[in-house]
Design a protein around this ligand. Structure first.
Ligand code: UDX
Length: 462
């Protein structure tokens, strides 16, 4: 009689940026909780801290991003350089080969698959060369998954390249997007690398055994259905989000920077629903002029705010300085910190709105707490997400065009006080309740995780 199936191990390789490391570690936590052994492969650059994840094993793979690229602010160039370096060095293949070998020993969990960030083509090639199947984690929305696969169509139909005169046009094939919401690679200083980055996720998905998406049915039902149609039965898609609610791995464990917890004590002193939380995530930059407009817009709004001014937020400036007179003007009303305990901040009853760049993690975290958004998307997938927030889910206000203090001041007041803000707030609360349903034991996200794994095994690959 056959004995019980041997425990399986999954290896996960995140892209080494905050917005990608967090969901990968959250997924690792969800799989670990279901009995799977977990190994995280990672670069030295932005390495996660093994001491914060005692149940996982960690294996570092030297990244070898050329110093000149590592020193730039160009995230896209870093991803391409990382893939190129990993392909040349063969070090990922060596690490996987060694894990496969240990998994052959009877007392060790056998290695079932590699879960990769959708941009890491080199890691997939290494796995494939060893006969190891891959699953691909898409850390953005389902809408962006579809958008990034639609660039041939967008060029064929003349939406791209963007022009001054077509920015306002709706993209009929991808509602509710407008041309201005598309990430146009031809606008980058190096067009070729822009196009290359868009192709990575399509390549890894096509060559994978399954696509994992950090989103949920009640939010993106139509998009998810279309994705499954497009991928056909060959590549199943699993909507397992919001991952941060499906795991015990918390924000403090995944954060690359130390979170300043004094902001929670400060929020305790503020009236319920009164505070605007402001953060533009971990990678985007604003110009010095935009920074000034944000500061004065907040000050003139007269509303309490908690503003994350991380190091490097202002292009070319390590530690941005607040404008003269700002601190005295907002004394007692505004708090500025370098990095927040964001998930806790958004869950705090004093927070009434989130001014965000609409990175996908921030957007999901806001949705989960029913916090309405003021959207200032700046780059890439953020642009489409900002449009969805305002025009599809109707849980926020999109600040379009140049950042100007007067516009900001008005938008902050609308979001926090006026009638329009009230409707937006009600819808945000409704959506929060729908998230809860997806997370219940019979909810769609739980079921997706059940389809993906069951005690000790990755179902799909066993
Ligand atoms: C990047 C891209 O910018 C984004 O468009 C893409 O969707 C994911 O990768 P990032 O800019 O870091 O992400 O934004 P986001 O996805 O929102 O992730 C930021 C994470 O940092 C969130 O999980 C948030 O909780 C955390 N955070 C942010 C903190 O812990 N403290 C802070 O002060 C700010």
């Amino acid at each position: 009689m056959a004995g019980p199936a041997r425990r399986a191990r999954v290896v996960l390789f995140p892209l080494p940026f905050q917005g990608h490391i967090s969901p990968m570690l959250q997924l690792a936590g969800a799989l670990h909780a279901r009995g799977l052994a977990v190994t995280v492969l990672h670069t030295f650059f932005n390495a996660p801290d093994p001491k914060r994840h005692l149940g996982f094993s960690f294996v570092a793979v030297p990244d070898a991003i050329p110093n000149a690229v590592a020193a730039t602010n160009n995230g896209i160039a870093k991803i391409l350089a990382l893939n190129a370096a990993m392909e040349t060095s063969g070090l990922v293949r060596d690490a996987l080969a060694s894990l496969l070998k240990s998994g052959e020993e009877e007392e060790e969990p056998r290695l079932a698959c590699l879960v990769i960030d959708s941009t890491l083509t080199a890691t997939q090639k290494a796995a494939t060369s060893l006969g190891l199947p891959t699953l691909v984690l898409h850390t953005g929305s389902a809408a962006c998954f579809r958008l990034f696969r639609s660039y041939d169509m967008l060029h064929d139909k003349g939406y791209l390249p963007e022009t001054e005169s077509n920015l306002h046009l709706p993209v009929k094939e991808l509602p509710p997007l407008k041309v201005r919401d598309l990430f146009d690679p031809s606008k980058l200083p190096n067009k070729e690398i822009g196009q290359k980055i868009l192709n990575l996720a399509t390549e890894t998905t096509t060559n994978s055994s399954g696509a994992i998406l950090n989103t949920f049915e009640a939010l993106e039902a139509r998009e998810l259905e279309m994705i499954q149609d497009e991928l056909a039965d060959r590549i199943p898609a699993f909507a397992v989000g919001p991952l941060h609610k499906l795991t015990s791995v918390d924000g403090a464990q995944t954060s690359l920077l130390n979170q300043d917890r004094s902001c929670i004590e400060w929020l305790d002193t503020q009236a319920p629903g009164s505070v605007l939380y402001v953060s533009f995530g971990s990678v985007v930059h604003v110009t010095q002029d935009e920074f000034m407009e944000v500061a004065w817009g907040l000050a003139y709004s007269g509303r309490p705010f908690l503003w994350v001014v991380r190091r490097g937020l202002v292009l070319g400036v390590e530690k941005p300085e607040l404008p003269e007179g700002f601190e005295s003007m907002v004394e007692g009303k505004g708090k500025v910190i370098e990095w927040a305990a964001q998930q806790e901040v958004l869950a705090h009853s004093a927070v009434g709105g989130f001014w965000t760049h609409n990175g996908w993690n921030s957007t999901l975290e806001s949705i989960c707490e029913g916090v309405p958004m003021l959207s200032s998307p700046l780059f890439g997938d953020q642009l489409a997400t900002g449009r969805y927030v305002q025009d599809m889910w109707k849980i926020g206000i999109l600040l379009e065009g140049v950042l100007e203090r007067v516009k900001i001041e008005k938008a902050v007041r609308t979001l926090l006080d006026e009638n329009e803000g009230m409707e937006i707030r009600d819808r945000a609360r409704d959506l929060r309740n729908k998230v809860q349903m997806c997370l219940d034991s019979s909810g769609s996200s739980r079921q997706a995780v059940d389809k993906l794994s069951y005690p000790n095994r990755i179902l799909l690959l066993d």
